[in-house]
Ligand binder design. Structure first.
Ligand SMILES: Nc1ncnc2c1ncn2[C@@H]1O[C@H](COP(=O)(O)OP(=O)(O)OP(=O)(O)O)[C@@H](O)[C@H]1O
Length: 264
């Protein structure tokens, strides 16, 4: 479970560039729920994720992950509970380490063991088995450097890494935005399957209205640092991309135009 209450953060407080990025976010996500998050540029989506992972400590408000109140925990401590996959395929992995070394680091995340990269036969078999489901042949390339993989392959491995630990909370920050359409579809399908199999509580930021409605069971919209729309159930299943883009435009005080529909 994720429970965020009245979360607020202001950047550059008291300066000419003061920016109230989160202005009282309230959001509760049940165990195993998959929520898509939309909102225009600067709405506060990544800031919310940064506050959930502990990269940023909010000025006020509370965050509960699982059954732990983590508001004051640092990022290292929270990594036991939360996994994140970024938009940039280079961001979540080490390109100079091998595929298996990256997986080994992910496997030991949140533990205090000093030799996270140490690999034994048990781990190697586990990594091979997890990678083989990607059907990209990566299980036979365990000793290749991560930097040799394409963006899509790296995102697929990042997802496997995110599910190696029983963290149960998965944050996806536009994780397919940098991929070509074919790889995007592949990684989204993989996301759907892994989330379902592992029963992970998931937040997925996307700029695609189509993806926002297609994946998960609930969609929330952030605007100016607040949740302004929260749809699920029948209301969501009846919703078209046109409806969602229309709502998006209304929140921003704009007219729906054909250009914005292309965003779908
Ligand atoms: N570390 C920071 N220091 C100062 N301002 C920041 C910082 N991080 C974010 N901001 C500002 O906070 C606001 C919200 O940014 P955020 O990245 O959360 O938006 P977003 O909804 O993820 O947008 P996008 O869709 O463009 O990624 C923006 O105005 C941004 O410039």
């Amino acid at each position: 479970m994720i429970a965020v209450q009245d979360l607020r953060i202001t950047f550059g407080k008291g300066t000419a560039i003061e920016n109230k990025a989160l202005q009282g976010v309230d959001l509760t996500v049940a165990n195993g729920e998959f929520v898509t998050v939309i909102g225009s540029n600067g709405a506060g989506k990544s800031t919310l994720m940064n506050c959930l992972t502990g990269e940023l400590i909010a000025d006020s408000g509370s965050i509960v992950i699982g059954d732990q109140e983590v508001s004051r925990w640092n990022a290292a401590k929270r990594s036991r509970l939360v996994s994140r996959v970024f938009q940039d395929p280079l961001a979540g992995t080490c390109e100079n380490l091998t595929i298996e070394e990256n997986l080994a680091l992910a496997h030991s995340r949140g533990t205090n063991r000093g030799f996270g990269r140490a690999i034994n036969n048990y781990k190697r078999e586990l990594f091979r088995e997890r990678l083989s489901r990607l059907r990209l042949g990566l299980e036979s390339r365990l000793e290749d450097k991560m930097g040799l993989l394409s963006g899509g392959q790296r995102q697929a491995v990042s997802l496997i890494m995110a599910t190696l630990q029983p963290t149960k909370t998965l944050l996806l920050d536009e994780h397919t935005a940098a991929l070509d359409p074919r790889m995007q579809a592949f990684v989204l399908e993989l996301t759907h399957d892994l989330v379902e199999e592992e029963g992970m509580t998931t937040l997925m930021i996307t700029h695609s209205m189509g993806q926002a409605l297609q994946f998960g069971s609930r969609t929330v919209m952030l605007h100016e640092g607040q949740v302004v729309l929260d749809v699920s159930g029948q209301e969501r299943s009846k919703m078209t991309i046109h409806d969602l883009v229309d709502m998006f435009a209304k929140v921003r005080g704009e007219q729906l135009d054909s250009d914005s529909l292309l965003l779908g």
